[in-house]
Write a protein that binds this ligand. Structure first.
Ligand code: ZN
Length: 244
C-alpha cells in the first residue's frame, strides 16, 4: 500500500484540488490528512466536502477544533482568530459535525499520524528537545512505532533518529529501517511557510520503506481573490504568494 500524507489545507480549494490531481496520477491507495482542514482561507465547506466524498482519513487540527466550537480561538493571533470565527459562520451543520468528530491520532501501517504532537494538537515540534521527546513517545507506544507524521508548523521537514543521534534529512526522498526512526512533516497544502509557496505533500510507502516529498503549483491568485472578497485579513492573502 502507498499512502499520500497531506496536511494544513486551511480552506484553500485551489491548492487541495491541485494536490489531489497530482496524487491521482501516482499509484496511491489511501490519502490521509493530518488536520487543519479549515481556517485562514475562504473555502471551508468545499474542502470538507472533498475530504468526505473522497473518503480521506482525517485528523483534527487546532483550527478545526476551534471552528467546530470545541475550543475558543483565544490564543490565536488576530488574523487567525478572525478567520476561525468567519469559518464558524460559513460551515454547514454537517461539516461542523465532521470537524467536531475528527480523531486526534490515527495509526496507519506502522506509522502514527498527529497534528501538533502525539500528546497535544496545539504543540509545535520545533526544537531538538521536542523531537527527542516525540521519538521517545513513539518508542513507548504499543506496538512501538518508528514512523510519525505531524503537521501544524507548515514547514516541510524530516528528522531521523539513528543510534541516538538526530539528523535533519535534506533529500526529497528518505529511507527508514528497523533501527532508523523518522518524524516527518509533509509541509502544508494550503499555506506553506517554508519559503516555497507551492502546495506540499508526502508519499509514505511502507513496503519500499520510503517517504518522498512533493510540491505542486496551483492558482494562488484565485485563492487570494477569494480571501479578499470574503473580507478576511489581506495579510492572509499576501502570505500565500511568498510561502511564509
Ligand atoms: Zn495549520
Amino acid at each position: 500500500m502507498r499512502y499520500a500524507i497531506i496536511s494544513d489545507i486551511h480552506s484553500n480549494l485551489e491548492a487541495l484540488r491541485a494536490v489531489l490531481d497530482r496524487i491521482t496520477g501516482m499509484k496511491v491507495d489511501v490519502t490521509c490528512c493530518l488536520g487543519d482542514v479549515v481556517g485562514y482561507n475562504a473555502n471551508p465547506n468545499e474542502c470538507i466536502d472533498i475530504l468526505r466524498d473522497e473518503r480521506i482519513r482525517c485528523l483534527m487540527g487546532n483550527h478545526d477544533s476551534r471552528a467546530a466550537g470545541l475550543e475558543e480561538p483565544d490564543d490565536f493571533n488576530p488574523s487567525a482568530a478572525r478567520a476561525v470565527l468567519w469559518t464558524r459562520e460559513q460551515l454547514t451543520p454537517e461539516n461542523r459535525q465532521f470537524l467536531h468528530d475528527l480523531p486526534r491520532e490515527i495509526r496507519v501501517d506502522g506509522s502514527v499520524l498527529m497534528h501538533g504532537s502525539l500528546n497535544d494538537t496545539d504543540q509545535y515540534i520545533l526544537t531538538a528537545n521536542d523531537v527527542r521527546d516525540q521519538f521517545r513517545i513513539l518508542r513507548e507506544l504499543s506496538p512501538p512505532t518508528r514512523i510519525g507524521f505531524f503537521g501544524h508548523t507548515h514547514v516541510r521537514v524530516a528528522f531521523s533518529l539513528l543510534d541516538g543521534a538526530i539528523q535533519i534529512e535534506q533529500n526529497d526522498s528518505i529511507r527508514f529501517s528497523d533501527d532508523r526512526s523518522c518524524l516527518v512533516n509533509p509541509g502544508s497544502v494550503g499555506q506553506p511557510r517554508d519559503g516555497d509557496p507551492r502546495a506540499a505533500f508526502a508519499v509514505y510507502d511502507p513496503d519500499a520503506r520510503e517517504i518522498s516529498f512533493h510540491r505542486v503549483e496551483y492558482d494562488i491568485r484565485a485563492c487570494q481573490d477569494k480571501v479578499l472578497r470574503a473580507g478576511l485579513p489581506p495579510r492572509l492573502a499576501e502570505r500565500l504568494a511568498i510561502g511564509r
